[in-house]
Design a protein around this ligand. Sequence first.
Ligand SMILES: [Fe+2]
Ligand SMILES: [Fe+2]
Length: 197
Amino acid sequence: MYVNGSILRSSTHPRWFAASTADLHGLLSDHLHCERKAAENALSLVRRYPHRGDSVASLTRLAHEETSHVVQVAALLARRGWTPRADTPNHYARGLLALVRGREPERLLDALLVAAFIESRSHERLALLAAGFARDGQVELGAFYQALGAAEERHAEIFIELAAPLVPAAELAARLAELGEREAEILGALPHGPRVH
Ligand SMILES: [Fe+2]
Ligand SMILES: [Fe+2]
């Protein structure tokens, strides 16, 4: 069974903060779309798997919370006089989604575990933004990312808890380890830019 702690197999490169915050309007726009996609993904799992026990309750609560994050990022953009830029292709998420196997029950298992990795990496990066902005004296942004990072803390676990009953514990651990290696490779191959990942 999953033990509390990170499932990530790598840490973000120290230069990522400067690269991602060089274009703040771009970063905040990408962040808004990440939160929107997190909400949409939770609701799409409800559409595809409505019969899976309490998953509907936890996924709809999650979608609600992610939607509130979209509202908060939109408000932050507005305070700076910006409107969100259009979404651009996310090679990180695409790379991970390509690892989802086609047949059930592997398809659902992988969809839940990929969501767990995206949540876990987002949590790591929001914490880095909080620390970096605080260090640079950007008080509003530091506090904003501190609060959002804390809100994301349990999200990866929610997906792992939904995945756990689908397979024996050893199989879950093996797939987490495998996807963890691949996630680190996919992330490591991407250039740093004004985006969450
Ligand atoms: Fe969120
Ligand atoms: Fe989240």
